[in-house]
Design a protein around this ligand. Structure first.
Ligand code: CDP
Length: 219
């Protein structure tokens, strides 16, 4: 029998780092659903499409090809793993991800990738919409200060010039749009375990999740 693990939470809560490491440890598929919304946003921006021009956005979503190979994501055959992390994509992704048509298509693709596989997926609506029957659901959170600090360290390590206060405002703005949208908002599923990682390190979080999977006889 296959099992799936849903990791949701706001920006900078550590979801992708944790999910990636667990997928390696258990040798199961990892799907970064945020990367898919980022790829759509990159394409909309690069084609200079107005965000209110729904028919052009539909055209993009209907013709887009998104593939994962290893840790890389390919948009229409091109590796865009770096480009989707740019500030301009980060600051616009929530406005694209809230569109019904975009979500319907991405969720269908995510469910197709999950079907018949052991998988760990991270996002905002995995436990509520994408994998409502996931065997384990975890909602990761942390204080806005801690989340901004983590993102700051990540960007500085990549050699980027960032301002902590600006970063904090950008994260707060994104959380607000993600939480307040009408279509599958960022919300903890009723049966998800809430984990505040503000004072936990990555290994603590991973061990916690592995422990839950063992308790449930999934691994
Ligand atoms: O890694 P980070 O927390 O910065 O964000 P991400 O996981 O790359 O997701 C980027 C954006 O995509 C989020 O702020 C949401 O607007 C959107 N998203 C979503 O709506 N649903 C998901 N399942 C995953 C991401």
């Amino acid at each position: 029998m296959c099992y799936s693990v849903a990791i949701d939470g706001p920006a900078g809560s550590g979801k992708s780092t944790v999910a990636k490491m667990i997928s390696k440890e258990l040798d199961i598929i990892y799907l970064d659903t945020g990367a898919m919304y980022r790829a759509v946003t990159l394409k909309v921006l690069s084609e200079n499409v107005d965000f209110n021009d729904i028919s052009s956005i539909k055209g993009i979503v209907d013709s887009i090809s998104i593939d994962f190979k290893g840790n890389s994501i390919y948009l229409d055959g091109k590796d865009v793993s770096e480009d989707i992390r740019s500030t301009i994509v980060t600051n616009n992704v929530s406005d694209i991800a809230k569109l019904d048509y975009v979500r319907t298509k991405m969720v269908a693709l995510q469910q197709k990738i999950a079907s018949g596989n052991n998988i760990i997926m991270d996002g905002r609506d995995i436990g509520t919409i994408v994998l409502p029957d996931a065997e384990l659901k975890v909602f990761l959170t942390a204080s806005i200060e801690e989340r901004a600090r983590r993102r700051f360290d990540e960007l500085v390590n990549k050699g980027k010039d960032v301002d902590m206060e600006v970063l904090k405002d950008e994260i707060a703005r994104r959380d607000k749009i993600d939480s307040e949208r009408s279509n599958s908002p960022l919300v903890q599923a009723d049966d998800a375990i809430l984990l505040d990682t503000s004072s936990m390190n990555i290994n603590d979080v991973i061990n916690f999740i592995l422990g839950k999977l063992k308790d449930r006889d999934l691994i």
